[in-house]
Design a protein around this ligand. Structure first.
Ligand code: CA
Length: 668
């Protein structure tokens, strides 16, 4: 999610309005004096010895736990007061029996009134719509063979190729041929096809060659009513409710708490079996609801930053921002991420509005994940909707990426340099003929590191490098936010025919996929899907968001170009250098190129490449452009919108011509 998203979520808004409790403003400094709890048994644990409840709520003066037979509705079968040894301890109670199949809520007495019931902040299983915690035996949620599930191999982060997708976009359209359209299980189905016989689903991902899928929020969010599975509801899901449980609407039965858990694991398992890693989009930076959130209903105020008048600080533009710098919030985030890895085998995390979090928290996330597996990838949006309520130097912003080794940030510099400004539909970039974008493109090519041949003063946004190494940058031209690439090209090049638009797309993506760093693409662009010009499709219907897979046959040449581009990157380590030293040593820009041209060489078998030298040149102008190249006999790998991995055509001499709006790649 990016800046200035206007949520209009009737379902969640209704919840907000029903919640009358107001938190008493507490000076933010006082929260640091709250007694913290380091036990790993928050908030419910169950085994053959019984069921134990432990709630961290230092300012409550009384706490109840209620036990239910149902996930929603019905009366509590037991209500029990919890107790604490002293005001530094959490509230506790225990039942002798394992209450499998039951549900629970907490409610706290605070500031003179009983607050609404909550499943707590840590629930790992919930009933429908996440209203009550569920007591289940997690051993029953493991799919067959789960103990043998392993991560596909990954050597270094620059080997990653990310495919960002929403479950429903990807598989709900009838042309996807998927019996589990829009569900976790859609990604477990092999052999699915479009009506024209083109591969869809997981087979499509394999055919394309991506290494990671990044799924949009898949934890339990509030904006889709899980009790109405047959109604076509859509939301991206940037409105977290229960951070540690899967979203019910992506399961085949949201009423059964174990089903969503088992099916999400099946999804991860199937992707792993097919050689693809899985990244979870995590949104710890805000909750959609303030006083009524599970955070507020357990420990009022603590999880959020506030303004001096006690109101909620709101750097997310979603009505609040969480306070990652507080010990229990930091622990919460770190433990939640670890939980998703250990229980569900996720391979990476994309942090929404990461700039709201403090650097220390992100470093703690990295350090803890390193203990499990250092190939787990962490990246995020290095920005916020407005300035967070902590000092700027503490924020996990893009400009501070160099302070967070092993964590990557999105490069809006390359993104907008290539395609034009994200919010100005008509705005053009390098690939669509805009002038003076060369340094922004070069900034992307080197992976946002310090390189002696870049004039940082001329880069569109960042006037200084921000990464230590190219492993710390995500290169992309589009994602779920804003216009997708097809729509952006249509809006900014209204005179262009379809073939020309696809040509611009090829140039744009060739820049992304040959740049140093981690390439990232948005689902369906490989078959030139569009979203009918909708900028913010977070709750748009399927007719906007669903991918029509018949486009794959129609735009098969476009798909093949993407596939070849990915294959080029995967077969040639020169495009995947992992350190700044290697980039500076091997990558040299060609000087004195015409305007709207960026060209460079990768020299001396960069990264151990079989090619001794590679020329990569981009022409953003609408006329052929000539550049000087090192003298020799060259294989033509890409030219005029076509990739030939075998380099069948040859050229020799000291000059080369780049076709208009196209890339030229030569190798020897
Ligand atoms: Ca939900």
């Amino acid at each position: 999610m990016k800046q200035f998203k206007n949520f209009a979520l009737p379902f969640a808004v209704a919840i907000t309005m029903m919640t009358s409790c107001q938190t008493t403003p507490v000076a933010d400094g006082d929260y640091n004096n709250y007694p913290v709890y380091k036990g790993d048994d928050l908030e419910m644990r169950v085994d053959e010895d019984g069921t134990r409840f432990t709630l961290w709520s230092p300012t409550a003066d009384s706490v109840k736990v209620r036990i239910y037979n149902e996930g929603l509705g019905g009366e509590a079968i037991e209500t029990r007061y919890m107790e604490r040894a002293n005001s530094n301890e959490p509230w506790r109670t225990a039942f002798d029996e394992a209450l499998y199949g039951k549900y629970y809520t907490f409610s706290i007495h605070y500031n003179g009134e009983w607050m609404d019931e909550t499943p707590g902040a840590y629930a790992r299983a919930v009933g429908v719509n996440g209203k009550r915690g569920a007591i289940i035996d997690f051993a029953t949620t493991n799919p067959e063979g789960w103990e043998n599930d392993v991560r596909p191999a990954l050597d270094k982060f620059t080997d990653i190729i990310i495919y960002e997708m929403h479950h429903r976009d990807f598989s709900i359209h009838p042309s996807a041929g998927n019996q589990y359209g829009g569900k976790f299980l859609a990604l477990t189905q092999e052999g699915t096809q479009s009506p024209e016989g083109q591969m869809t689903g997981i087979d499509h991902l394999k055919e394309l060659g991506v290494t990671h899928v990044h799924i949009l929020p898949s934890y339990d969010y509030g904006s889709v009513d899980e009790s109405r599975p047959d109604s076509a509801q859509y939301n991206w899901g940037y409105d977290p409710v229960n951070y540690n449980t899967p979203e019910g609407s992506y399961s085949t039965n949201a009423f059964d708490p174990a089903t969503r858990i088992r099916e999400m694991k099946q999804m991860v398992q199937a992707l792993h079996r097919n050689g693809i890693r899985v990244i979870l989009d995590v949104v710890y930076n805000h909750t959609f609801i303030n006083d009524g959130s599970n955070f507020s209903l357990t420990t009022p105020g603590y999880y959020y930053r506030h303004n001096e008048d006690g109101s909620y600080a709101d750097a997310s533009a979603c009505s609040n921002e969480t306070a990652s710098e507080r010990e229990m919030v930091r622990d919460y985030i770190v433990n939640s991420v670890k939980y998703w890895v250990n229980e569900y085998h996720f391979d990476g995390f994309r942090f929404d509005l990461m700039g709201i979090h403090d650097i220390e928290t992100m470093k703690a996330v990295r350090a803890e994940l390193d203990k499990i597996d250092p190939t787990i990838f962490v990246y995020g949006e290095g920005w916020a909707a407005s300035a967070p309520a902590i000092p700027a130097e503490q924020c996990a912003m893009k400009a501070n990426a160099y302070k967070m080794p092993g964590i990557a940030v999105f490069s809006d510099d390359l993104r907008d340099g290539v395609k034009g400004h994200f919010s100005d539909a008509k705005g053009r970039g390098f690939a669509t003929g805009a002038e003076n974008c060369e340094e922004s493109v070069k900034f992307g090519i080197v992976g946002a590191i310090q390189h002696p041949q870049i004039n940082y003063e001329l880069v569109n946004y960042s006037k200084a490098p921000y990464t230590n190494h190219p492993t710390q940058v995500i290169n992309y031209v589009s994602c779920h936010d804003d216009m997708c690439l097809t729509d952006k090209l249509r809006a900014s090049m209204p005179e262009a025919d379809e073939k020309s638009l696809q040509r611009y797309a090829r140039l744009a993506q060739t820049i992304v996929f040959t740049s140093q760093g981690v390439p990232f693409m948005f689902t369906g662009e490989e078959i030139f899907r569009d979203k009918k010009g909708v900028h913010n499709s977070y709750c748009s219907p399927d007719e906007i968001n669903a991918i029509d897979w018949s486009l794959k046959q129609q735009n098969r040449e476009q798909f093949d170009y993407y596939r070849n581009l990915i294959q080029l990157r995967k077969s040639h380590p020169a495009f995947r250098l992992a350190t700044a030293e290697e980039v500076c040593k091997h990558l040299q820009f060609i000087e004195n190129t015409p305007k709207q041209v960026v060209a460079y060489t990768l020299n001396d078998n960069a990264g151990g490449d079989v090619w001794n030298q590679i020329v990569v040149a981009f022409n953003g102008g609408n006329q052929p452009a000539e550049i000087e190249i090192p003298e020799g006999n060259w294989q033509v790998i890409a030219n005029d919108g076509i990739i030939d991995l075998n380099g069948t055509n040859k050229i020799e001499g000291t000059t080369a011509t780049i076709a208009p709006s196209a890339a030229l790649i030569l190798a020897r």
